[in-house]
Design a protein around this ligand. Structure first.
Ligand code: SAH
Length: 189
C-alpha cells in the first residue's frame, strides 16, 4: 500500500534540532530505500523524526538514534502526534555506541554522522540482513566522498543522486521559485 508523506508543516520543530528532512527529499529516500512491510530499519541521527516517521508508516520496526536529547524529544513528540510511537524505539546515544547492540536490520538510514560516517557504515554493514540497504543523506562534500569510498570498499553497488529543489511561492504578480539547500542521497542497490 502506498502511504502518503507527512507534510513539512505537520511536524513539530525546535530551533535546537535540525529537520525534518524536506518533503521532496523524504519522498526520494522512501522510494530509493524500498522499505517493505516486515523490515527493520535503523535511522541514525533521527533529528526531528522526518525520516523516522516515514519509515514507521511503512515497515515493521524502526530504531531511531540521536545523540542530542532534544532531537529524541522532538522525534518522540512527532511520533505521538502521528500515532506512530508503537513502531519506534528511541535511542539517545551516539551511533557507534548504539548500533552494535541492535538486532540485525534491513535498512540503515544515515542522516547525521558527526564525522564518523566511515565507522558507522562499517559497523552497520555487519548488521545488515541479506539484501539489506544503506542510504545516506549528505550535505557535506566530505560525507559524500567518504560514504562512496567506504561503501565501494565493502563491495556494495552505489548510486548517488543530487537534489536541487526549488519551491514555488505564489506572490502578487506570479509565482516565484525559492531554492532549497542542495542535498545528495547516496544509496546501495
Ligand atoms: N533526518 C532527520 C534530520 C537529521 S539531522 C529528520 O528528517 O528530521 C542530523 C542529526 O544527526 C542531528 O540531530 C544530530 O544530533 C545527529 N547526529 C549527528 N552525528 C551523530 C552521531 N554520531 N550519533 C548519533 N546522532 C548523530
Amino acid at each position: 500500500m502506498i502511504k502518503s508523506l507527512i507534510k513539512d508543516s505537520d511536524f513539530i520543530t525546535s530551533p535546537e534540532v535540525p529537520g525534518p528532512t524536506k518533503e521532496e527529499i523524504r519522498c526520494l529516500v522512501m522510494c530509493k530505500s524500498h522499505p517493505r512491510k516486515g523490515d527493520i530499519v535503523v535511522d541514525v541521527g533521527c533529528g526531528s523524526g522526518g525520516l523516522t516517521l516515514g519509515f514507521a508508516q511503512r515497515v515493521n520496526k524502526v530504531y531511531a538514534i540521536d545523540q542530542n536529547p532534544q532531537a529524541v524529544d522532538i522525534t518522540r513528540k512527532n511520533l505521538i502526534k502521528h500515532d506512530l510511537h508503537h513502531k519506534v524505539e528511541l535511542i539517545e546515544n551516539d551511533a557507534l555506541s548504539s548500533i552494535k547492540d541492535l538486532e540485525n536490520f534491513d535498512i540503515m538510514m544515515i542522516g547525521g554522522s558527526g564525522g564518523d560516517i566511515k565507522q558507522i557504515i562499517e559497523l552497520g554493514s555487519k548488521k545488515l540482513n541479506k539484501n539489506g540497504r544503506i542510504i545516506i543523506t549528505a550535505i557535506l562534500l566530505e560525507t559524500k566522498v567518504e560514504s562512496i569510498q567506504k561503501l565501494k570498499e565493502l563491495g556494495f553497488d552505489v548510486e548517488i543522486v543530487d537534489i536541487n529543489i526549488s519551491r514555488g511561492k505564489i506572490i502578487d504578480r506570479g509565482t516565484m521559485m525559492y531554492a532549497q539547500n542542495p542535498i545528495s542521497v547516496i544509496y546501495t542497490i
